[in-house]
Ligand binder design. Structure first.
Ligand code: DC
Length: 234
């Protein structure tokens, strides 16, 4: 029996700044799985579009130009000192893709079907060897509909905005709560209403509201859910 036969695929979906990335990363570390942040991939494509004049002054995307450039956009991840870095054509863009200009444009780029098809195919390749925790919006519905464990993380927009504000202030960025709350709400709306793979809880996903949990509590609970599945697996 192949070692990978025992490994499962874990899909963690949810709204922006719900804490799903931290949860996914922590779980992957504890159980020795690979962690993939699918949002980082949409962010990297967005950065490419911004750098190459494909975001027009009114904020809309020059879709045809971006679709034509897709074959030139290579995305990968490199792990160093427990920190995962996103690579755009070999360049480490981890810091830049987390900043507000990218956050403000990413939903429109992520709504383009051709962008999604390309990134979904790449995400499925990462999952070929199993033993993966992937977080995003459509992982349990579109990318890995057969994932053995699916979690849907949620918390009110205000809680998520406060978390995001703290993260950005800690990084030394000058942003206000209102600006962040607007961005969170706007992204929720675009993510939920786009035609292609909108943010939607998979029917067989487990609801996970972490708004009143400490980070420690949420990590323990997630590990418990994983252990439940493993107990019933194989
Ligand atoms: O999780 P995040 O905030 O880094 O995601 C960035 C954007 O990418 C967000 O607006 C939604 C989009 N996204 C998506 O459409 N599908 C995914 N699987 C992951 C992210």
């Amino acid at each position: 029996m192949n070692d990978n036969d025992n490994k499962i695929i874990i899909a963690i979906d949810g709204y922006s700044s719900s804490g799903k990335s931290s949860m996914a990363r922590a779980l992957a570390r504890v159980i020795g799985y690979r962690y993939i942040d699918s949002g980082a991939m949409y962010r990297a494509v967005t950065l490419y579009a911004m750098r190459n004049g494909m975001i027009l002054p009114d904020g809309s995307v020059d879709t045809n130009k971006l679709i034509a450039a897709l074959p030139d956009i290579k995305i990968d991840f490199a792990v160093s000192n427990e920190q995962q870095n996103t690579l755009l054509n070999g360049e480490n863009v981890e810091k830049e893709i987390r900043q507000l200009p990218v956050s403000n444009n990413v939903s429109r780029v992520a709504a383009i079907p051709e962008v999604r098809h390309r990134l979904v195919a790449l995400q499925q390749q990462f999952g070929r060897e199993r033993g993966i925790v992937m977080d995003g919006r459509d992982i349990g519905t579109t990318v890995f509909p057969n994932a053995e464990l699916k979690i849907f993380v949620n918390a009110p927009a205000e809680t998520r905005a406060e978390r995001r504000l703290k993260e950005l202030l800690d990084k030394g960025e000058k942003v206000s709560y209102d600006e962040i709350l607007d961005n969170v709400k706007q992204r929720d709306h675009i993510d939920e209403t786009r035609a292609e793979s909108p943010l939607r809880r998979a029917d067989d996903a487990i609801d996970f509201d972490n708004s009143s949990m400490t980070i420690d509590e949420q990590n323990k609970r997630l590990l418990q859910l994983y252990n439940n599945v493993i107990g019933h697996h194989d």
